[in-house]
Design a binder for this molecule. Sequence first.
Ligand code: PMP
Length: 378
Amino acid sequence: MPTKLRRRYDPWYLTFDKQQGSRVWHQGKEYVMLSSNDYLGLSFHPKVIEGGQRALAQWGSSTTGARLANGSRRYHTELEEALAAFLGREACHVTAAGYLSCASSIAAFTQRGDVILVDKNVHSSIWDGIRLSGATVERFSHNSPEDLRKVLGQLDPAAPKLISLEGVYSMEGHIAPLKEFAAIATEHGCTLVVDDAHGFGVLGPGGRGTASHLGVDTSVDVIAGSLSKSLSSTGGFVAASRDMIEYLRTHSKQTIFSAALSPAQAGCARAALEVLQAEPEHLEKLWANTRRYRELLLSLGLDIWESETPAIPIVLGNKERAYFFWKHLLDQGVFSVMSIAPAVPVGKDLVRTAMSARHTDADFAIIEKALRYAVKKM
Ligand code: PMP
């Protein structure tokens, strides 16, 4: 049953009539989009659009089937090779959604009798991967290597173990202390799997991700991620050793029983990966915008949950305050998204916002005015 607030404000599943760059239109009114994950702002980049169009013309609309049954296409393997090279991995496997890839990065490599140690704040796709694996699950406190050590100390040292983390947490904007986690994984012989959906393209030299940012590339066994954020497409990937990727291809239900990544999706992602490497100005602009936005939020006394990345929450603390803040921003022409308990811990109800390289000075003027208005009204 929708709550009273939900009935009154109807905040989810809005249908926009038009989108252009950082702006969207709803029922004739224009909004600055402040919640999308188009971090590098490439979704309207001419080369990305051309990449998608070219793939569509060459390969048609879809493979209309799974790769195991219908075969891969050259555009799959080329994208996989490009992603693997970018991430410094031997191999990569792409699927039609980040959700599928991230779930398979856990489910394909674990089974009943194994133990999965997981940060309690990971994304829903990881929880589904864990459930499907049949392995035993042990949670540890968010971003806490100390708690992970404590939990590991109570387990059978002989049981095969996998540690599951995110590189950047999408709601909180926190970066995982991967150095410490990698040391623990090595010490205890655990496989380390990182969902870097929000670190890929954002952190590290040239946007190579969180492991690269923290100098622990070689200690992370598996990197999973999404093509729907910095690469402005849809789809997902798992990158690892050749043996692990071959194993995944024959053991992951998420890929064996699901239709392949479509030509247009792959074409856009491939072009965006090239733009990311050839035009570093997008990453520089993203971080310049992020610093500017962070300072603005902090100067207004807002609680940003110590976010260190372009994914920046505004913590309001309860559902009512989150609704009102979200609605004030909307009234002032800024579209954001609310996340309330149980999607976030109790007391952390928030409005999630995200910076993009595409936000302009004109966008900032609207965002600042809206934030000032919302703060004053609370
Ligand atoms: N992992 C994380 C951390 C995510 O935030 C998301 C998407 N929000 C996914 C996986 C799933 O990616 P996709 O939306 O491309 O399916």
